[in-house]
Ligand binder design. Sequence first.
Ligand SMILES: C[S@@+](CC[C@H](N)C(=O)[O-])C[C@H]1O[C@@H](n2cnc3c(N)ncnc32)[C@H](O)[C@@H]1O
Length: 218
Amino acid sequence: MSFLSDPPLSPVRTDHQIRLALAPEAGPLDLPALFGNDRPVELEIGTGKGRFVVLAATAYPEVNFLGVEYAKRYLEQAVERAGKRGLTNVRLAHAEAAAFLRERLADGSLDAVHLYFPDPWPKKRHHKRRFVQPANLDQLVRVMKPGALFRAVTDHPGYAAWIADRLARHGGFADAGEEQVLWNLPGMGDHTALGVTNFEIKYRREGRPFHRFAWVRR
Ligand SMILES: C[S@@+](CC[C@H](N)C(=O)[O-])C[C@H]1O[C@@H](n2cnc3c(N)ncnc32)[C@H](O)[C@@H]1O
């Protein structure tokens, strides 16, 4: 088994069905080859410990889920979780998200993109580190199919305003409407009530309000 990883991860479970294959060479991934089929592919940026990709991949076995995460210890937990479930429709990349979009994804290759509780970088001098930036939105437009959904959730009011402003001004996205902002995970019981990401669970317990967004790639 190999990993979507540069540098390599330390060994984790190898006795599961998940295949996290990555051609070590540079250039766009061949997603049908990576997943072994040409089903729709959805990307989660900042997968963390993998709760969302695991729940979503379980609920939607006919959809492929690709996660990108740069913190090795979180990625390893996500690999472990997906492996325990025996999921065959998950691949996880150990990479910086902006570089991964730019260098490893082909034009029009994604059916949806998920960005849940991205680091808000609250200090003004750090705002340039926020994921939602015109250059990254340009890349999203390039890699998403027309009509693909981009969902984002944040608890941070300043980042929420920033996201709303940058998306509205970008021009590559149209507001998808209220009914698209909530995740519907059929058959997932109370997971939707509990939260579909680890940070959602944590912040719900703290009673923080959330700002949820959904846009369609024009
Ligand atoms: C606040 S956590 C949210 C994790 C998960 N989405 C959730 O809701 O539980 C943000 C995650 O994004 C990852 N991350 C932040 N910036 C990243 C980047 N540029 N590339 C890849 N991962 C990134 C962090 O390591 C962290 O796991």
